[in-house]
Write a protein that binds this ligand. Structure first.
Ligand SMILES: [Zn+2]
Length: 308
């Protein structure tokens, strides 16, 4: 499918324990009081994973093989998913790189980072709108300091946040969108120049604010997932012009390919990749630009953490 080495910066690893937590929140419980994964599967209409994270890791790696994807960053997509993500990465060390979601509100930030590090993960996911805080809050600085010390990446979801699995589960999503402005990251990004901050989806509708941030902070990156969707919020922009604007301001070196793949049986989103490849072609990307966006940039972001 690809002539270049592809590394996917955005895949959700929806583990057995992830679905247990989700089911519990939706009130779907087994007689022993645990969240019912089987009932969650019925409600979602998705294939549920085996309890062993290595099984799900294998499922993803065979999807990657089929689609010629060399490596993927996999996201623990609720807090406290460090263990399954870590176990998945240990099963396929040269293929999977793990990031875990941390809710810093009311938790010990240094301890939270330590749990991520203990599982051999390489990044932290922050969702300010979901958990109700601002990335600029001084209370988060111990987390940034610990992440800096351990050379972790920090992914910060800004802008619009639609969580399809919550809607399908019948769960409400009272997120604080106003707290998720990319400019909240200006101070932290400037204060911690060695941390690579990734703001996904070209800012999820806040492209202008992402570009203002990225123009001031060279350590801010973005990913290409969802470019078809978020450009709808910007009346004067299309996916093509949004991408071109990002290249103009950020340079091609800070744009990472992301598929936003998440569940089975859908698996790896080859359809999204096809759409993105068309946008890349129309943007005039040649061999060098494709090499960088499809995988080279991610390899550089993660440094020696990613084997060649
Ligand atoms: Zn995503």
């Amino acid at each position: 499918m690809f002539a270049h080495v592809v590394r996917d910066a955005h895949t959700h690893f929806l583990s057995y324990s992830f679905f247990q937590k989700l089911a519990l929140e939706a009130g779907l419980v087994e007689p022993d009081g645990s969240g019912s994964v089987a009932q969650a599967g019925e409600r979602l209409g998705w294939e549920m994973p085996d309890p062993d994270p290595a099984w799900l890791a294998g499922r993803w790696v065979s999807e990657m093989d089929k689609n010629r994807v060399a490596q993927s960053i996999i996201f623990g997509s609720l807090p406290d998913e460090e263990y399954p993500v870590g176990a998945a990465c240990r099963a396929y060390r040269d293929r999977l790189i793990g990031f875990a979601m941390v809710n810093p509100v009311g938790s010990d930030k240094v301890e939270a980072v330590q749990r991520v590090v203990d599982q051999g993960l390489k990044g932290i996911l922050l969702f300010p709108a979901m958990h109700g805080y601002r990335a600029s809050d001084r209370a988060l600085y111990p987390l940034y300091e610990a992440a800096d010390e351990h050379r972790l990446c920090i992914f910060v979801h800004c802008g619009a946040l639609k969580v399809a699995f919550r809607t399908r589960m019948g769960l409400r999503s009272p997120f604080a969108g106003e707290m998720a402005n990319p400019l909240e990251l200006q101070k932290p990004a400037a204060s911690f120049p060695n941390i690579r901050f990734i703001v996904p989806h070209l800012g999820s509708g806040l492209l202008r604010e992402l570009l203002m941030l990225a123009d001031m902070c060279a350590n801010v990156y973005t990913d290409t997932s969802g470019i078809g969707g978020w450009a709808r919020y910007l009346p004067e922009l299309t996916p093509l012009t949004a991408l071109k604007r990002a290249v103009e301001v950020m340079g091609v070196d800070r744009i990472l390919f992301g598929s936003d793949s998440s569940f089975f049986p859908r698996g790896f989103r080859a359809d999204v990749v096809q759409q993105q490849m068309e946008v890349f072609a129309r943007a005039g990307f040649g061999h060098d630009e494709l090499e960088k966006v499809l995988g080279g940039n991610l390899q550089r972001v993660l440094g020696q953490m990613v084997p060649a």
